[in-house]
Design a protein around this ligand. Structure first.
Ligand code: NAP
Length: 236
């Protein structure tokens, strides 16, 4: 990456993995545009560091299209799009349809529409990538969160279709992490159980994701693939 490149768009970068990646890309002099829903101190900090931060809610088609319009007013090209925004929702009895719709919209409809409407921005860049952030749970399904799992599986399918459609100018790949970092309210029992699910047994942190992102962005010969980042969960 060099200072002259077009910005990388990372969605949902106000906290955790997206925030970490934005900071590291800015460290590397890579311009970044982020989307966020909630104003936080981190957003002001990223703005001070030179990131463009656009408020966006991908809960419905109108919010997604409004974001695309806003984005086009802020850049004439993009180096990459990282579809990181996500909701880790479980279905609650009586709310299944609403939860399914929310997950479908943030994990599939938003990436789908942004890819369709912003591929022209990516085509301005000599190197161009779309990165879909999925979840290792897609490999085996989820008894507790079938809607979350299905919407991430749909996102992985979009990787195959967009990779075929946009080759050879735009590479399209998935990164599928298992546990990267716990949520603050995860209790000890949950943490112990989650760590025991992988062969490596660690909480790798967002830096492991950033390494994967760099690999995907910097490697010219991969498209339509899923990079698994799961500490050997498939071995247990
Ligand atoms: N963390 C892990 O251990 C782990 C494990 C497996 C997969 N992943 C995947 O890795 C990615 C990053 O994980 P994370 O834990 O850092 O994610 P996260 O904090 O749960 O979510 C990232 C951001 O998505 C934004 N977002 C949620 N719904 C949105 C909507 N409707 N419209 C616009 N933005 C929305 C939120 O913005 P606001 O905060 O501004 O509301 C949030 O900050 C996600 O795609 C996740 O599925 C993470």
């Amino acid at each position: 990456m060099n200072a002259a490149s077009f910005p990388i768009l990372i969605t949902g970068a106000g906290q955790r993995v997206g925030l970490y990646c934005t900071e590291r890309l800015l460290d590397a002099q890579q311009p970044v545009i982020i989307s966020y829903r909630q104003e936080r101190e981190s957003i002001a900090h990223l703005r001070e560091r030179g990131a463009i931060a656009l408020q966006a809610d991908f809960s419905d088609e109108a919010g997604i299209l409004a974001f695309i319009d806003q984005l086009k007013g802020h850049c004439s090209g993009l180096r990459a799009i990282v579809h990181n925004a996500s909701q880790w929702l479980a279905e609650t009895p009586g709310e299944e349809v609403d939860v399914f719709r929310q997950l479908f919209t943030v994990h599939m409809l938003a990436p789908y529409l942004i890819n369709l409407h912003c591929s022209d921005l990516l085509l301005q860049s000599e190197q161009a990538d779309i990165v879909h952030v999925s979840d290792d749970v897609v490999r085996k399904g989820s008894a507790n969160r079938p809607a979350y799992c299905a919407s991430k599986a749909g996102l992985e399918s979009l990787t195959l279709s967009f990779a075929a459609r946009l080759a050879p100018r735009i590479k399209v790949n998935t990164i599928a992490p298992a546990l990267l970092m716990f949520n603050e309210d995860d209790d000890e029992a949950y943490r112990t159980k989650a760590l025991a699910k992988s062969a490596l047994g660690i909480e790798p942190g967002p830096q492991a994701f950033y390494q994967s992102l760099r690999y995907v962005l910097d490697t010219p010969y991969i498209t339509g693939t899923t990079l698994t980042l799961n500490g050997g969960r498939h071995l247990k």
